[in-house]
Write a protein that binds this ligand. Structure first.
Ligand SMILES: Cc1cc2nc3c(=O)[nH]c(=O)nc-3n(C[C@H](O)[C@H](O)[C@H](O)COP(=O)(O)OP(=O)(O)OC[C@H]3O[C@@H](n4cnc5c(N)ncnc54)[C@H](O)[C@@H]3O)c2cc1C
Ligand code: SF4
Ligand code: SF4
Length: 399
């Protein structure tokens, strides 16, 4: 299969997820910007070769971390542990997206002095419906910024600022971002030396901003009215809550927010995502609702997958320090029942990529993610993707 030869080609083929890495690696050439469709994409501001970026761009390459783990599963990949867990601090558990595991683990890295700061993302203070990258240096900053953000996020645009500090740091990001970080750390000594943890959420896909805009439209609000846009948290999953500068508040349950799948506006790269389960990370955290559907709110329980020796050490140390509480073990087949959409996607991917290739589209390189092993040779998937590419549904323009 043909691989993309430039950032422009990554974007045009629908392979870009807007991670922001190209801005961090070449700020003189690329700047992240919103497209009219509400996607974050690199906008060209200078000329030059993209060769170095394409070594790590998630639209060009996807690989797991390079360790061999003691346990493994064809769908879920290599792991040390699959277990229920939650933040021991009730406030963290309440305010976070699920059970606060990502915040608790990152806070442990800060408190223990292993990391000086965390690169992650948060609501844009100027436009809270949107997300911006941020560096959190204290557990309380991390906690203020906890919770899942369902629109575009370009956390890796902050990578250069993180590297410039030349201090140990961890990253909380999406699985595709984790893959990019691992690839960069193969050639960037400063990153290899300073990156002490890569923590991700298991990811069903990132909506474009139109999904959030549709919520504002429903309430007849404009973006400038919005003082707070919290996608979930304050309970598990907690409501989507909007507050306005003039003191009004609106909220929807998670079920109401996600009832109509046709309005999810999930980006193309997510539909062909080879590693939404965080195999490049040290630790991945997920929801564990039966059939991926919450039955009301609860106190917050994450399913945690430790992927590397460092991730496993972090999990144990956070439990010993009292930051994390561990629950029951989880088996890969139980995880299947919590994430049936992920299992379906993993099995369909090889066919989708063949469909792209048959339509003449470039495709990312992938290794170690077992797409061939899981291939169900679904002719309908392949033909459907081919048709979508031919109809221009994958095509995007540089902003
Ligand atoms: C777009 C998206 C899709 C998801 N799909 C699934 C799914 O299919 N199945 C599943 O089990 N779980 C999914 N989740 C994960 C789930 O919502 C929780 O994030 C996860 O369980 C971790 O919970 P937590 O309480 O440990 O996180 P918290 O302790 O609240 O920490 C969340 C951290 O993630 C960072 N973050 C939030 N949103 C983003 C974002 N968009 N990009 C980068 N970083 C971000 C925040 O900065 C924060 O540091 C998804 C999350 C997102 C953002
Ligand atoms: S996926 Fe990331 S690195 Fe690749 S083109 Fe898009 S923003 Fe740039
Ligand atoms: S589904 Fe994959 S490509 Fe999309 S945001 Fe999640 S990890 Fe990234």
């Amino acid at each position: 299969m043909r691989q993309p030869g430039s950032v422009k080609e990554v974007v045009e083929a629908g392979l870009c997820i807007g991670c922001g890495l190209c801005e961090a690696m070449a700020p003189e050439r690329w700047k992240m910007a919103y497209t009219p469709q509400g996607r974050l994409r690199p906008s060209r501001i200078g000329a030059g070769s993209d060769a170095e970026i394409l070594q790590a761009c998630p639209g060009a390459v996807a690989r797991p971390n390079s360790e061999s783990a003691p346990l493994g599963d064809a769908v879920w990949g290599g792991y040390h542990r699959m277990q229920e867990a939650w933040a021991s601090d009730p406030d963290t558990r309440f305010r976070a997206a699920t059970g606060g595991v990502l915040t608790a683990l990152a806070a442990h890295l800060l408190r223990s002095g292993q990391a000086r700061f965390i690169l992650h993302c948060a609501a844009d203070p100027q436009a809270p419906m949107r997300s911006v990258w941020c560096l959190s240096g204290t557990p309380s900053q991390l906690l203020q910024r906890a919770g899942s953000r369902y629109g575009p996020s370009d956390t890796l645009a902050g990578l250069q600022a993180a590297l410039d500090r030349d201090e140990p740091f961890a990253v909380i990001a999406k699985p595709c971002d984790a893959g990019a970080l691992r690839e960069v750390s193969k050639s960037d000594q400063r990153l290899a030396r300073n990156l002490v943890g890569v923590l991700v959420m298991v990811c069903g896909g990132a909506s474009d901003l139109g999904k959030s805009q549709a919520v504002l439209d429903e309430y007849k609000l404009s973006e400038t009215d919005v003082a707070l846009f919290r996608y979930r948290g304050h309970g598990n999953p907690g409501p989507t809550r909007i507050e306005t500068h003039d003191g009004r508040a609106f909220q929807k349950t998670y079920g109401e927010m996600w009832a109509d799948e046709s309005g999810w506006r999930i980006q193309t790269r997510c539909k062909i995502c080879p590693d939404a389960l965080g195999e490049a990370a040290d630790v991945a955290a997920a929801d564990i609702w039966p059939d991926a559907s919450p039955d009301g709110d609860d106190e917050g329980f994450n399913g945690v997958i430790t992927r590397t020796a460092a991730g496993e050490r972090l999990f144990r140390a956070a439990c010993e320090a009292g930051s994390l509480t561990a629950g029951a073990d989880i088996t890969p087949r139980q995880f299947d029942t919590f994430q049936p959409h992920q299992v379906r996607k993993k099995h369909a991917l090889a066919a989708r990529l063949r469909g792209m290739d048959a339509a003449g589209s470039p495709v990312y390189r992938h290794e170690g993610l077992r797409l061939e092993t899981l291939d169900t040779r679904d002719a309908q998937e392949e033909a459907g993707t081919l048709q979508r590419v031919r109809n221009g549904r994958f095509h995007e323009k540089l902003p």
